[in-house]
Design a binder for this molecule. Structure first.
Ligand code: HEM
Length: 420
């Protein structure tokens, strides 16, 4: 086991950092904390209290990438985020893409990849642009809004619901369940409440899949409900868990990227001016927002064989966590990582993971942030925070559930948008 460094006065004592506690991510300046991890203990052993196992914490880009790449030595089937890994597994293991490995993972992923090909997504992306432009326009016309609740909340969920074929009337209900299932927005939401929400989502999709099996339409639920692999249909659980995984993966990460993107543009007026003036491409701005924000802070795996990471022995069965939020600020890979630079190229961030489980919705996630940045730079001259914003309470997701802002209109851009 690695011997842990001791902290000098005013320095962060890495042994005192509790990465299982959401509060840690609210109380601390994260880049300096992760810099210290990378420098002093890049493959760090994190103990836990009680009966739960400890886990390895990876903060260097190269180590994080090595584990993402290798799904033979490291499995996702015992969970892929700390909560499930520490509980000993994920009930969707072997059925839901993100927590399935091997042949079955490839088969289901190939099936879903067809539904996520850029060509197939074109109409969905068009709808994203129209919806985003409309929401930003309405906010600009009002002059102020809660960017989280009035704009960002209505984009990814509607998009993934379009893709899945979820009826309009059910969308508000699903958004509430999604929030409860994945992140406890307010401190104090219990684990039981999250589990109840998750079960309700699964039941909802079971009903919808049943309907679509009888009367298929052009949507992902119908595709899953009617697909066969080697002549065999997917099991009910595979269908339901994969619908669930799309709606969870597709909603909150994109939403938080947009909200934080807005906040960072306000906090970095020089970068905002560069974006407005067209001095940087929207595409590179999207990538920098993703790197800087890193909405999904970590993922994890279990080692299936004895192995080694960065010179550290890892035993079969050990939990290994990859901190994207640290890897994305590693100065071995990113020049001046603590500078927000919308023109940064290259920008090989790991916000979408890497390797066999690389995010299935990356194209869609990028398109959503692109639409938001485009709408803002066209219709807004200046934006300001009008309140502190409400950070979410999570050791997995990073972002805000509320972000009050004022928006000063670009009258010419607004007029063009109204006419379009
Ligand atoms: C996987 C991040 C948007 C669906 C992943 C992974 C990451 C990630 C890091 C890898 C997980 C692992 O290795 O264990 C993000 C971020 C997004 C985003 C930051 C937005 C900015 C989306 C969207 C969808 C989606 C829009 C669907 C519509 C999925 C699915 C997987 C996945 C299904 C599992 C893929 C597999 O296991 O083969 N995502 N995601 N994500 N994501 Fe995303």
């Amino acid at each position: 086991m690695a011997s842990q460094p001791t902290a000098g006065p005013g320095e962060i004592d890495l042994d005192q950092v509790d990465l299982t506690d959401p509060q840690t991510f609210l109380n601390r300046e994260l880049p300096p904390m992760w810099r210290r991890f990378r420098e002093l203990s890049p493959v760090h052993w994190h103990p836990t209290e009680g009966l739960m196992p400890g886990f390895w914490v990876l903060s260097r880009y190269r180590d994080v990438m090595a584990v993402y790449r290798d799904n033979r030595a490291f499995t996702s089937e015992k969970g892929n985020v700390l909560t499930t890994l520490l509980q000993g597994g994920d009930s969707a293991s072997g059925k839901m893409l993100a927590v399935t490995d091997g042949v079955r993972h490839r088969e289901i992923r190939n099936l879903l990849l067809k539904a996520f090909a850029p060509r197939v997504l074109e109409p969905v992306v068009d709808a994203v642009r129209r919806r985003t432009e409309g929401l930003v326009r309405a906010a600009v016309e009002r002059g102020s809004c809660d960017f989280a609740q009035d704009v960002a909340e209505h984009i990814p969920m509607a998009t993934i619901a379009d893709l899945l074929g979820v009826p309009e009337s059910d969308r508000g209900y699903l958004l509430t369940l999604t929030k409860q299932a994945l992140s406890a927005e307010e401190a104090g939401q219990s684990v039981e409440e999250s589990l109840i929400a998750r079960n309700e989502l699964l039941l909802y999709f079971a009903d919808l899949a049943e309907d679509r099996r009888e009367e298929p339409t052009e949507d992902v639920i119908s595709a899953l409900a009617t697909a066969t692999i080697d002549g065999e249909p997917l099991t009910e659980e595979e269908i339901v868990f994969n619908c669930y995984s799309l709606i969870l993966g597709g909603d909150e990460t994109s939403r938080l990227s947009m909200i934080c993107g807005m906040r960072e543009l306000i906090e970095h007026p020089v970068q905002w001016k560069r974006l407005r003036a067209g001095d940087v491409a929207v595409e590179s701005a999207v990538e920098e927002v993703l790197r800087w924000v890193t909405p999904a802070m970590h993922f994890g795996r279990r080692a299936v064989v004895d192995t080694e990471i960065g010179g550290q022995h890892i035993k079969a069965g050990d939990i290994v966590t990859m901190w994207n939020t640290a890897a994305n600020y590693d100065d071995e890979v990113f020049a001046e990582p603590e500078v927000f630079d919308l023109g940064r190229t290259p920008n090989k961030h790991v916000s979408f993971g890497y390797g066999p489980h690389f995010c299935l919705g990356a194209y869609l996630g990028r398109a959503e942030i692109h639409a938001m940045l485009t709408a803002l730079r066209t219709m807004v001259t200046e934006a300001e925070l009008t309140g502190p914003g409400r950070p979410i309470h999570s050791n997995f997701l990073h972002g805000y559930s509320s972000l009050p802002v004022s928006l000063t209109p670009d009258q010419a851009g607004l007029a063009r948008s109204r006419m379009a």
